[in-house]
Write a protein that binds this ligand. Sequence first.
Ligand SMILES: O=C(O)CCC(=O)C(=O)O
Length: 450
Amino acid sequence: MSSHLMPVAPAPRPRTDAAPLSRAIDASWQRWIVEQRLRGCTIESMLQVIEGAGYARVDAERAIAALDNDPSYAVAQAVQQRYNKLEAVALNLQRLWASDPEYRTVEKRADVSEEEFAARYVRGCRPVVLTGHTRDWPAMSSWSTEDLKRRFGHLEVDIQAERNADVNYEQNKLLLTRRVNLSAFVDQVVQGGATNDYYLTANNELLRRPEFAPLLDDIGSLPPLCDRSQLTERSSFWFGPAGTVTPLHHDTLMLFHTQVVGRKRWRFVSPLEWSRVYNLRNVFSEVDLERPDPVRFPAFEEATVLEVVVDPGETMFLPVGWWHQVASLDVSLSFSYTCLAVPNPFDYPDPASPVPTQRLVKQPNSADAIQTELRNVVVMAGSADVVEAQFKDGSTMRLHAVASGMEVHVDRPGSRAAHYAERLVSVAREGRAIECQFADGSSIRIMPFG
Ligand SMILES: O=C(O)CCC(=O)C(=O)O
């Protein structure tokens, strides 16, 4: 079987009550059957897997045969053919990239000129570790766990907590957000040893808060082609113990990520190998690069994984679309930014994220208009006190409960998120509350604030 016909759908988890009694094949296995047939698996190999999961052979045969009379399956076959072609194009290009004997080496470079950076790394879509430009960063001598406590210990920050209890902790990051005192969190990190259970990630938004502005004053020279005027809006602070793992995903903008304290191990997969990483939802892969499972994810076996350890003072530059999984090797303080002054958004249709049905239960006049516009929201998810909305241009609005009501944050000015945030805030300032109710029964009230 050629690589582009490898099965892409992971098999549902095997049943444990594996008695082969005759019964209808359940919906998750039916979906698996459709996907495997579309991807060219032999009927015999499918039967063996389904039987192995505890179904009777006759039921499996019936479910497979039923597809031949299903008109929607015929349409799916035509769409699959177009997909196969596209996948083959990407993998052919990937073969060309990987034929470079240096492909697996992630370069470490000091003092790259703007011209070379633009040509070799940005347009060449090649990850690189930049080693030179942090020499003048005050952060390199001042940032430490003690310094965090001394300067900011009295403040509260948003962390992700109880990550070990949720296998999809990164996808569910908003649900795992907890507001904690920074001093207590520093103690927890220092004393708690290696763990993935808690981590202050980019999601914390603390660099948008004036109290934390001194952290930005500690940032010196930026890598080539960075726009410093965008730094406040487009940067993030990360702090956590050794042992954190950010699962395999891709970003939607090119990324710089500077290690200030501690080391991180970065592993990458090329964007052209996207069909091998089981990207079933949004920007996330199902594959764990620390422990790939060849039974559930056989196509991943053919992917080439690049790896580099980024040391203090070094900056990982990741071109758009590259898959990455990141593990902290030490207690780590880092600073990431996406202010590359070269247009580089990564737009993609994401049918895996259904537009949830939203209902505004209170409809003051201008909120009515906003309600209509909010149908443009691609993803809106979260609990009642933290809600994240992602717009078609990739921008994000975050509604966050605070004591006095609701704060609205957006990730970049001039975006659709910024436009809608302005409209929501102006309504709220007029003294009216908007209540949004979501399909899962949760609701938010956007209140006047400030
Ligand atoms: O440092 C980490 O844990 C993850 C960094 C990352 O994935 C990112 O900045 O996109």
